[in-house]
Design a protein around this ligand. Sequence first.
Ligand SMILES: OC[C@H]1O[C@H](O[C@H]2O[C@H](CO)[C@@H](O)[C@H](O)[C@H]2O)[C@H](O)[C@@H](O)[C@@H]1O
Length: 585
Amino acid sequence: SDASVDVAPCGSNLYCQGDILKAVQLSGIFEDDKTFVDKPTLVPEADVIAAFAKLGKNPSKSDIKAFVTANFGDETSLLRPANLNDWVPNPKFLGNINDPYLKGFASAINEIWKNLIREQDLSGLCEGCTSSFLKINGTFVVPGGRFREFYYWDTYFSMEGMLLSELYDTVKGMIEIFFDYVNQYGFIPNGTRQYYLNRSQPPLLTQMVNIYYNATKDNAFLVKAIPILKKEHAYWVHNHSVNFTIPEKCGNRFYTMYRYDVKNTLPRPEGYSVDYKLVNSEAIDVDVQKKMYAELSSAAESGFDFSSRWATNPNLTSPDILKTLAVTDILPSDLNAIMYENEKLIAEFSKIASTLAKTEDEKNAFLTDNYIYEKLSRRTYRGMMKFLFDKNTGMFNDYSISNKKSTVVWSVSNVWAYWYLGDFIDADIANKAWDYVSTVAAKNPGGLPVTNIDSGLQWDFPDAWPPLQYTTIKGLLTSASSVEKSNPERSKKYHDTALKLANSLVGSSYCGWYLTGGSIPGLLDKLPNVTDNGHLFEKLNSTNFGFPAGGGEYTVQPGFGWTNGVVLWLLNMYGDKLTVPNCSA
Ligand SMILES: OC[C@H]1O[C@H](O[C@H]2O[C@H](CO)[C@@H](O)[C@H](O)[C@H]2O)[C@H](O)[C@@H](O)[C@@H]1O
């Protein structure tokens, strides 16, 4: 393809584009493409480029291996454990957990934060050397395993647990790191690497500020946050919105809706060989190839990489299904719901700020923002109800712009909007959605699978993702409280489904941890012949209680930030109801 018109995630000739990246990633010397792009150089970049040039036109695999060994360092370097001044051994929420094993489990997770919360240490980088890391000003939580950097949407779910662990200063500092990125780049990158600089992730910063504010009532911080949250919102409006209408359905009216959309024409550096081989597996036009690269990156931006949810032919399986991704043609229901909630929250924060203003002008400016963002939220709401909401099923479906109709794949993300909008939905229609969810939950002991389609992709059946158990439970709780007075029986039913999901995630994570060497001093011995000390996994198997899920382009990762966060959140909320499962059953 014509490199002069290619759009890469960043300018680096090592980490984002160019011959060295291509040769190393296609050589097959690493099982996981992310390994190479996480390696810092051992010599200045110009020397790396000169050393590569010496290899000539078609270097062998062993030449490339020797070149990488001589010029690149360890991918896990440039990080150190953080000095956590706010970590406490016995956070108060442990007192809310009755079952002694689950209390011990919560305490073990509280310990695990110390391994996952890190600081950058660039002192190991030699003079003139370089790495793919973005500068990270402060302490941050990583997901774990191959995910050695700070991720955007993961952090919301990790924070729910970190706040219970009373890591208030650390949480505040992490939000401030994100503020720096909004100021520097205008948006928050997918993760803190140069190769993530062309895309964001589900925009949950405003909601991070919300949970931090609810936990601390830090007014000064809230006031400081508002201009930055507005700036991030503007980025999504300018780069990720479409003005959409269907004349026969809408007359002259246009609706502003949001979508994932990454400008990119090259393989994702951290998945280079996977993307390259997929796109070059048959003879296709260069323009079509470039479009496929843009779709792959846009799927990564959605957080759901990869899923039949984005496929025009969801009946195919991996890898062929990936050739049919049409992310940029879809109005995703979860993204639109998130944007609606962000607009509502910016309006609410502005109202609070207006009461704290020191001058009349300041107060009026906040009240104007309150008015503007309320209005924006109504605009997003109208679009969601017009195009995404299905009165027959109660689901908020994804919508295909080109087909002018809902897409066909059901996903747990179709009930995400209930978290924020549950109060506004007709109770009988909402009940249909929740009946469906509870039927799926009843069939899956390990949690709600993300879709019903077994494509081999990681955001498909049978994978149960902790953040989506959280969003579904939030939706159930909103619906339960909205019918509590009018229909207590229904309300109880929703609470029961929420508890069932909580039992699945907490129980399955507990067993996964125990079976991989988890123990509790004086109460639970470590299994014999297990060398590890207990892992929580990034995703669980919905059909196989106690086991992680698989699928996708990398092996399941232990750690794990969002699992720990959501499990602690559930243990705190249902600490008087949850009981320890029998892990050998
Ligand atoms: O390397 C492949 C992809 O890895 C990341 O995605 C997955 O892990 C993230 C961190 O836990 C999570 O936020 C995301 O939802 C997962 O699918 C990365 O975010 C992708 O951009 C990347 O291509």
